[in-house]
Write a protein that binds this ligand. Sequence first.
Ligand SMILES: NCc1[nH]cc(CCC(=O)O)c1CC(=O)O
Length: 337
Amino acid sequence: MPENRLDNSPGPGDTGAVSSTLRLGTRGSDLALTQSTTVAEALAASSGLDVRLVRIRTEGDRSTASLTTLGGTGVFAAALREALLAGDIDVAVHSLKDLPSAPLPGLEIAAVPVREDPRDALCAREGWTLATLPGGARVGTGSPRRAAQLRLARPDLAVVDIRGNVPTRLARVAPGDLDAVVLAAAGLSRLGLLAHVTDLLPTDVMLPAPGQGALAVECRAEEHAAPLAAALRGLEDPATRLAVVAEREVLRVLEAGCTAPVAAHARVDDAGRLLLTAGVFGGDGLIRSGAAPVPADEQGLEAARELGAALAHELLAAGAVELAGLLPRSDASSGRP
Ligand SMILES: NCc1[nH]cc(CCC(=O)O)c1CC(=O)O
């Protein structure tokens, strides 16, 4: 597959102007390509650089094994991050929810662009909503987080474990196969597939994965002061950054001692307060909410982190670790996607 060129200026082979060419690594799925193309175009427009997409094939794309067997969703990001560290690419675009919560030495998330709708969406036959799906309806998801919340909302449904990229999962909704699937609204939106949504699930019914709907634009940390990082920071949305820092801190703290699926959703309200809800699912599930003022500087990020950690510790104190034993799939990791 040839590299995608976003402009028609000569490549490095023609002029030797390597430094003006930015290699943006991407996975090959429709969703990854859409996300990467959007970021590449924004970067090309703001920086004047020649931005090229470089496709990287990841273990997560190659394998049909279940995500939990592969060791969680980090498999999607690992190959891109290796290419970044090796200097084969200059920038990587990830779905933030697929990025492990631990920082990777040598890399930095230079920008978190404005977030899409963080909610999960039901795509059902016959225009069914979660409330009107007939009893026993077969609903597909590969996510322990979504499965657990589906069971809580509608214990009478049959939750079916599925895999594959977004279009593949959507195609399973057909008579004789699945009656519905649950997918992130953000992915459907980016792929132009929102018309398939029959019910946008409110966050109090289906609390999203930490980082859902947000992107991470990653580069090598050594480039922090370089023009590249400055150009990347132009893509930053501060409110989204605050929200995902809090959500990912919940995940980071819980991942240490808890294997139950984790969900978290935060947003900044009009008064400049960060509102965070975090949950772990298994049994009846556990949910905690909190709020904190978030000043528009480094202290805001620290406050977001503290709020995330505080809710995670509340969940641990309320028995989050024990919940893992109540899971139908006790090997479930953080519950992403
Ligand atoms: N787990 C795969 C994945 N990673 C990111 C998205 C959607 C986009 C997003 O959540 O930002 C999806 C598909 C889905 O969960 O439906």
